[in-house]
Write a protein of this length. Structure first.
Length: 147
């Protein structure tokens, strides 16, 4: 299928994907799909990214995101200086924006000790996982001629 949802509104896109999913399950179909919508590609079992007729990356969505994107830790601090000090102690680079502290993290599991230490100094936090969009941008980075 060549970009089956291009130009469709979100409700119709969902209907198309629901129909494709039903067909796939009912008939055990393999579906080859081209899309520029990375959130749609992320629902696939396997992704191949092609540039100028050459495969530049391939794998499961999980593997591609794991290899080519970063997770982000967003902290709403009660005591910003204490949180920043602990982030520096754990060697995390971060920025402060709109009263939030934002740090890129490589391995989500490894932030557990940090979170335990910063708990008294924060109001809330969230971990935002890297997306297929992030992975795609990283994979094609440096190629100004990407089509």
């Amino acid at each position: 299928m060549d970009e089956p949802t291009t130009g469709l509104d979100p409700k119709t896109r969902e209907l198309v994907w629901s129909t494709i999913s039903k067909l796939q399950k009912e008939y055990q179909m393999t579906i080859f799909l081209t899309t520029h919508y990375m959130e749609e590609a992320a629902t696939s079992d396997y992704i191949v990214i092609i540039n100028h007729g050459k495969i530049i990356a391939q794998g499961t969505p999980y593997d591609l995101k794991e290899k080519f994107s970063q997770d982000t830790l967003r902290i709403k601090p009660l005591d910003s200086m204490s949180v920043q000090s602990l982030l520096e102690h754990y060697n995390y680079s971060f920025l402060v924006k709109n009263n939030l502290i934002i740090a890129n993290i490589q391995d989500t599991k490894k932030i557990i000790p940090l979170l335990q230490e910063v708990e008294p100094f924060i109001e809330s936090f969230e971990v935002i996982h890297g997306s297929m969009n992030d992975a795609f941008i990283e994979i094609t980075k440096g190629d100004e001629n990407y089509d």
